[in-house]
Design a protein around this ligand. Structure first.
Ligand code: ADP
Ligand code: MG
Length: 395
């Protein structure tokens, strides 16, 4: 049974004339409106059905009230995107905030101040959760990116305000990831990279039984190379994970695919020394910073013949050309496979896709790095588990 199929969403909630308290993820860097835009369908859906929209989000990691982490500028950015005024409710006294939400005209949009200004938010304090529940008549969680945290605004509140339903972005995120895991069109190819195998091991374990092939890149590959007894030079390896990598390879058989060549250099700041070598020729005084061109081409072919592609973690140090080549090759191969469901999870992988301008060419780019990782690990997301079950329950 999946947590996704059973969750109730806002399409069957009674909304007219009611205050929809919507947890969004507006934890957005200056100049990047991706996450704000991602919440627009839910906001528009709610206003078009006569609801008053009360938005709340965390922003940064303030210790208590701190004007540097105010959401006020985000209210202005949101207002420009929706083309309508957005009322900013600046008080952090939740009783006063509740009064302010009741005074809003039908169809209005308001944004509350940073949820992390509220004492007890991150401790999921129950008294706070009850106070938050007074801010709306319906709870809508659209903050997929925060769903892996059991905080008062993402989890606790859902116990005190019903209906508690998923927003459209949440629904979309869950549907894509869930379908890929539960019922993928095959061949199902996963591509895993990034810096550390230790951070991805649970994903590897969870995906291995489901995929037809798992293509490995990033520094992670170097720990596998070490497990094979290869020289890895000054590459980033996790020595305490070498035995684990050995064990994984023994169990996975031919399903785990490792790079056969590497782009190496003397140092990350010496791109002029970058060149490709076979994986058994990594010089002792150099490091692997990307998969090599032969590997990029063969991974591209594997992606081209897949029906479901799931990608998490860059193939190399994509922030520094020319070490972005492998990551770009994967992104382009996914973008070119129009017949496949292509899903990108992971903050840095999503950033690489955006940097390449290929976002719209993917079936789905997850807005939640940590949350998508935990979902792929097979973990229950507390912010999802707390929502109401759909009528009829899980299929
Ligand atoms: P994601 O956020 O997509 O899950 P990770 O956070 O796991 O990805 O990993 C991204 C980081 O991994 C990037 O900062 C990238 O520079 C780094 N990385 C990838 N390959 C290598 C490598 N060969 N050596 C060092 N760092 C690497
Ligand atoms: Mg990352």
């Amino acid at each position: 049974m999946s947590q996704t199929a059973s969750v109730r969403d806002l399409t069957d909630a009674d909304l007219r004339g009611r205050r929809a308290l919507v947890r969004v993820d507006f934890n957005v860097p200056e100049g990047d409106d991706t996450r704000i835009r991602a919440a627009l369908p839910t906001i528009e859906y709610l206003t078009s059905r006569g609801a008053t929209v009360v938005l709340m989000s965390h922003f940064g990691r303030p210790k208590g009230v701190d004007p540097r982490f105010s959401l006020r500028p985000v209210a202005d950015r949101l207002s420009k995107l929706v083309g309508r005024p957005v009322t900013f409710i600046s008080t952090t006294d939740l009783a006063a905030a509740a009064t302010a939400t009741r005074a809003l005209p039908a169809g209005a949009i308001a944004l509350l101040e940073n949820t992390r200004f509220w004492p007890g938010e991150e401790q999921n304090d129950d008294t706070l959760a009850r106070a938050i529940a007074q801010l709306g008549d319906v709870y809508v969680n659209d903050a997929f990116g925060a769903a892996h945290r059991a905080h008062a605004s993402t989890e606790g509140v859902a116990h005190h305000l019903h209906p508690a339903v998923a927003g459209l972005l949440m629904r979309r995120e869950l549907d894509y990831l869930d379908r890929a895991l539960a019922n993928p069109a095959r061949p199902f190819v996963a591509i895993l990279g990034g810096s550390k195998i230790s951070g991805k091991i649970d994903v590897v374990e969870a995906l291995l039984p489901k995929v037809d092939a798992m293509l490995i890149g990033g520094a992670m590959a170097c720990t596998f190379f070490r497990a094979m007894g290869l020289e890895v030079g000054r590459s980033l390896v996790e020595p305490d994970r070498v035995d684990m990598a050995k064990d994984l390879m023994a169990r996975a058989g031919t399903r785990i695919i490792l790079p056969h060549d590497a782009t190496v250099a003397r140092a990350i700041d010496d791109p002029g020394s970058a060149h490709a070598v076979k994986r058994d020729h990594i010089p002792a005084d150099q490091a692997m910073y990307d998969i090599g061109p032969d590997t990029a081409a063969s991974y591209g072919r594997a992606i081209a013949s897949a029906k479901t592609v799931l990608w998490n973690g860059p193939m190399g140090v994509f922030e520094k050309p020319p070490f972005d080549a492998g990551t770009l090759a994967v992104a382009r191969a996914m973008a070119a496979n129009r017949g496949a469901t292509t899903i990108v999870g992971g903050g840095d992988s999503a950033a690489a896709v955006a940097q390449a301008g290929l976002e719209s060419k993917m079936s789905h780019v997850s807005t939640g790095g940590g949350a998508s990782l935990e979902f792929l690990e097979g973990k229950t997301l507390p912010g999802v588990a707390a929502l109401d079950e759909a009528a009829g329950g899980a299929a």
